[in-house]
Design a protein. Structure first.
Length: 175
């Protein structure tokens, strides 16, 4: 679309007729209005494109919204129950939102295994997403040391996060 602006300027020494002045001012006002509307339209279109692209823009195929969720997971997103079968985790909060993600977030979860505030949620998510469970006991859940006290407090002492990460890298590469 091409928009052309023209303003007839009087020759030096000539005075334009009053009707030409008002017509010329009306054209300028109308052209300014068109420019403002066109600018607003292009601004809105640009904002829409940025929104759509940002939702689809990815790091290794992961959407920005999913990356934000992964960055928000925390150990407290996992609730633990000790029953006759052994330890049973339940995902809540942000971790629960990621459980059924169709994006390949497993490598990012493996990276989160070395974060003291995220390793439990990352480990449980990886286990649920891959269905790879080795051990279930009263003190260990799939290689994760978990202690549940009588008052329900959960402690994760004795876990070597680098070793946990190494185990998951091997598991994921062996499939």
């Amino acid at each position: 679309m091409t928009v052309t602006f023209s303003i007839d300027l009087p020759q030096l020494g000539q005075r334009p007729a009053p009707s030409e002045i008002s017509k010329s001012q009306g054209d300028v006002t109308m052209n300014k209005s068109i420019m403002v509307l066109l600018s607003l339209f292009l601004l809105a279109l640009g904002a829409l494109v940025i929104f759509v692209v940002s939702e689809r823009t990815s790091v290794n195929g992961i959407s920005e919204s999913t990356l934000l969720l992964i960055n928000s997971i925390k150990n407290e997103d996992v609730m633990w129950d000790l029953n006759y079968i052994g330890l049973m985790p339940e995902l809540t909060g942000t971790a629960l939102e990621l459980e059924d993600s169709h994006e390949d977030i497993n490598p990012l979860l493996v990276d989160a295994l070395v974060d003291e505030d995220k390793f439990v949620a990352a480990h449980v998510l990886l286990t649920f997403r891959t269905s790879k469970i080795d051990t279930l006991t009263a003190r260990e859940w799939n290689g994760l040391e978990v202690q549940v006290s009588s008052n329900g407090e959960v402690i994760f002492e004795g876990n070597d996060l680098r070793e946990l990460q190494k185990r998951w890298k091997e598991r994921l590469h062996s499939k």
